[in-house]
Design a protein around this ligand. Sequence first.
Ligand SMILES: [Mg+2]
Length: 284
Amino acid sequence: MRPLADIPVETARALAGIVFDLDDTVLDHGALAEATYSALFRLRASGLRLIACTGRPAGWGQVIQRQWPLDATVVENGALALIPEPLPPPPRTAPSPSSSTSTKGTGTRIGMADPLDPAARRDRRAALLDLAEALVRDFPATALADDNGARVTDVTLDIGEHRQVPSADVERMRAIAHEQGVRTLVSSVHLHLTREVEDKATGVLRLLSRHFAEDPTGALRRYAFVGDSGNDGVAFAAFTTTFGVANVREHLGRMSVPPRFVASSPMGRGFVEIALQLVALRAA
Ligand SMILES: [Mg+2]
């Protein structure tokens, strides 16, 4: 991993966008700092497309996609993507005296395409919930994560958010899930149980090719990725220009490839360092 001062100016200028993890990358233990939020606007003003990419639920993605300066949000570790969709034009009727003349509400709604029909999705997730509840009975250090109510595709156990689960227990839970044909992903806070095949890299590439007309191979060079932990490892291996915030050093054992560049500060402050360096290089 090289320091941010080594980022070549041509690399920063050639980027079309930046894809970033949320927990412990943009967020500090779940909180968004003022400087970090500001850095997102700076990145966008420098001409970069912004895509959040998180293991967090679709329901959380719906909220931040409405509120933050984002072009798209990939949630549940790549399984689903949320994109703004233009609303149809309002009906051409004369406004009544009591109606507002505000144009609010004619902007965008958030689209989410799920390849599975709703009944099949409910059955698939119910089976994952049965497995998760069995794991909680056998490994009482863990618990169902408190964001499961907003999830669509996966079921998630708390291993580091409000609980501290020994890594040996995490590995035994993963082995039990794998025996049942269930995939697992591990972030700094959660163990995810899923039957989806996507990961953060394939989920982002599917989004970019379907909705932003990007050639998937070219997108690996045109978009940078920023992350911190195990479920970001596939993206560090796939994308050409990758960044870790300083706390990535705690998770290198779960990654086949480390990020190419690393910030000197952890979490949100590290993200700000990366953002401001890219903005400065693109303006130079
Ligand atoms: Mg993270």
